[in-house]
Design a protein around this ligand. Structure first.
Ligand SMILES: Nc1ncnc2c1ncn2[C@@H]1O[C@H](COP(=O)(O)OP(=O)(O)OP(=O)(O)O)[C@@H](O)[C@H]1O
Length: 606
């Protein structure tokens, strides 16, 4: 086998490896798929009947010209015309129904694919979202997932339809004139090569360009979203970003144009040779008819059969090339769907115990982010008991949030272990563990939904109207904010949607705090919970803090040392390590970094 034949065989095999795609189609819409197959059978056989009837009509007309009883001869022709018209009407009807079925099924498949992509996006760990390669993979999958399976189904049905027509027409042509059938094939094959080659080039280029394209999307997003709108105006960044966006788009467009140009030139050459071959065959058939080898009916049937044969063959080859291309691009979706969460769930998870004497223990925990070459946490050992308030303090980047991410099992430690009442976190089901932790990160989410839902999301096991929602709002000092809104708890927050009410940053923070308080968890983690609250609101939250947490274990992260003073135990972190720990008084007595920091902050208030 020559290398090029081998390549072609390989590509055709690639095109026909359709198992996963068809499984997706079938799972999403089995009834619609059956409907389309039935329509396909009708649509591919009826045109042949119509073709044959045409030949019979022309031959009947030829005979009728010489017939003695023209009236009787015409009656027979009229009957044939009615029959042909009816067949063509059915063809048109099927085509309209097919269009309806196709559009509906395409929508159903798209929705199904959305569901699958969303499920995977939820399933993968946070680690993926903190990794740029994942975002490339996700983007490629999103670009292809919603339409490729439908494309594959269409190409496959077209392939079947065209193959049926082609087999019948080729049989017909071979029977009459094998050379003409041979020309039909030879004229169409080069086009297939061009499409396969082009598909390969496009696929590889599109994979390579994902990062550039994401950069362009990012600039576009910055230019058009509300989060950046303020700074873009004040720092006059608009034209700079817009210029960068245009440069990236130009680069992408020029690369794609270069590939398209090459393929257009090649396609033109193959098209020209195909056209010469086709019209040459027409001349042969016309010559044979003039010589009397064929009847007039044969001539018309030939012309039509040749035309349809050629379009069927082009359709077959086009579908093969299309399937090859679709399969190539669908591999982007498979790549995404094949991602596996790296947090391994225990085979036989233990029930999450109640925190009693052992509490939560970090034992010699070290951790390095997979994308970083520095250790984020180094040899951390600490204990948190129920009813105890523990504070983590330290400069930016010291590792405080990272420690919380490990506690929530968003990552596993690289060394050491974290135990929950003596059980390693890796022995507990992550969903059960996370149900026991109520955490509000400093970059908490703002949901542009009702105020009530913003709080309810803290514990969706409760009914959406539960009275505890208002209770949580009260604890966080958010009740006043909410009652001043036009529709109270039913007011939509943010200004993305009609009738939405935008809140101040501190007000949003109170809502987030209420969400944390609603969760019926054993551990409460507040990462910079009051950084945007006014002094009075902060004072109120912390005054009733002990009451609020009851016998929950609480972890507070804060840069305001006046806030953490009330904690039972304070850990000062530096470069991923715990460098000092004790009560506020102990640390002040120690006269180390904590005491120094506290003095600096206190001086500013004097
Ligand atoms: N997803 C990540 N991938 C790689 N490195 C990270 C990631 N998140 C944080 N880091 C790094 O880990 C270190 C600790 O970050 P962390 O967010 O835990 O600090 P922090 O003490 O909470 O800081 P801050 O007070 O500013 O919130 C920093 O050096 C940071 O650059």
């Amino acid at each position: 086998m020559t290398p090029s034949t081998y390549k072609l065989k390989h590509k055709i095999q690639g095109a026909l490896r359709l198992g996963r795609a068809l499984q997706l189609v079938w799972q999403s819409s089995p009834t619609w798929t059956i409907a389309r197959i039935l329509l396909l059978i009708v649509q591919s056989t009826l045109p042949l009947l119509s073709l044959y009837l045409m030949k019979v009509i022309v031959d009947a007309v030829s005979t009728a010209i010489a017939a003695a009883n023209k009236q009787a001869a015409f009656q027979q022709i009229a009957l044939l015309i009615v029959l042909t018209g009816t067949v063509n009407l059915i063809i048109a009807l099927c085509s309209s129904i097919a269009e309806l079925v196709n559009t509906t099924q395409a929508e159903i498949i798209t929705d199904y694919m959305y569901g699958i992509v969303h499920a995977k996006a939820i399933e993968v760990d946070l680690e993926y979202y903190e990794n740029s390669q994942y975002h490339d993979t996700l983007q490629r999958a999103q670009q292809e997932a919603y339409f490729r399976p439908t494309h594959i189904l269409n190409s496959l049905l077209q392939l079947s339809e065209n193959t049926i027509s082609l087999v019948a027409i080729t049989g017909l042509l071979l029977f009459f004139h094998w050379q003409v059938a041979a020309i039909l094939f030879v004229a169409t094959v080069p086009g297939l090569f061009v499409r396969l080659k082009y598909a390969d080039q496009m696929y590889h280029w599109k994979r390579k360009r994902t990062a550039t394209q994401r950069k362009a999307y990012y600039l576009d997003w910055m230019l058009t979203n509300s989060w950046h709108a303020k700074e873009i105006r004040l720092f006059n960044l608009g034209s700079l970003f817009s210029r960068r966006f245009r440069q990236l788009r130009k680069q992408l467009y020029q690369e794609s144009l270069a590939i398209s140009k090459r393929s257009t030139v090649t396609a033109l050459v193959t098209q020209t040779s195909a056209t010469i071959a086709v019209y040459g065959s027409y001349a042969i058939i016309a010559y044979q008819t003039v010589k009397g080898t064929f009847t007039l009916g044969d001539l018309i049937m030939y012309y039509q059969a040749f035309q349809r044969g050629q379009s069927a063959l082009q359709g077959v080859l086009g579908s093969v090339a299309g399937l090859y291309e679709d399969n190539l691009f669908l591999s982007n979706v498979h790549e995404f769907l094949d991602l596996k969460p790296r947090i391994i769930e225990p085979l036989h998870p233990l029930p999450v115990p109640r925190l009693q004497h052992k509490g939560i223990q970090f034992q010699g925990v070290s951790f390095q982010y997979p994308t970083s070459d520095r250790q984020g946490l180094k040899d951390i050992s600490l204990t948190i008991q129920p009813g105890e308030v523990v504070a983590l303090v330290g400069e930016n980047g010291a590792g405080k949030t990272t420690l919380i991410k490990l506690l929530c099992r968003l990552y596993d430690p690289t060394q050491g272990s974290i135990t929950f009442e003596g059980y390693d976190l890796r022995c507990l089901a992550t969903t059960d563990l996370r149900r026991q932790i109520s955490v509000i990160f400093q970059d908490y989410a703002k949901y542009y939904l009702t105020a009530k839902e913003n709080i309810w999301f803290g514990n969706i096991d409760l009914p959406p109207d539960d009275g505890l929602i208002q209770n949580a709002a009260y604890k966080a000092g958010a009740d006043d904010v909410i009652s001043s809104l036009p529709n109270s708890y039913e007011t939509i927050l943010g200004n993305w949607f009609e009738d939405g009410e935008e809140l101040s940053i501190g007000q949003w923070q109170k809502i987030a705090l209420a969400r944390a308080f609603l969760r019926d968890a054993q551990i409460l983690v507040l990462d910079e919970p009051t950084s945007a609250l006014d002094a009075k609101a902060e004072e109120e939250v912390f005054q009733k803090f002990r009451q609020l947490i009851k016998n929950q274990a609480a972890i507070l992260i804060s840069h305001r040392l006046s806030t953490v003073k009330m904690a039972d135990h304070i850990y000062l972190m530096e470069h991923g390590r715990i460098v000092e720990n004790g009560t506020h008084e102990e640390l002040m007595q120690l006269g180390g970094s904590y005491a120094h920091l506290f003095e600096i902050q206190a001086k500013n208030y004097r």
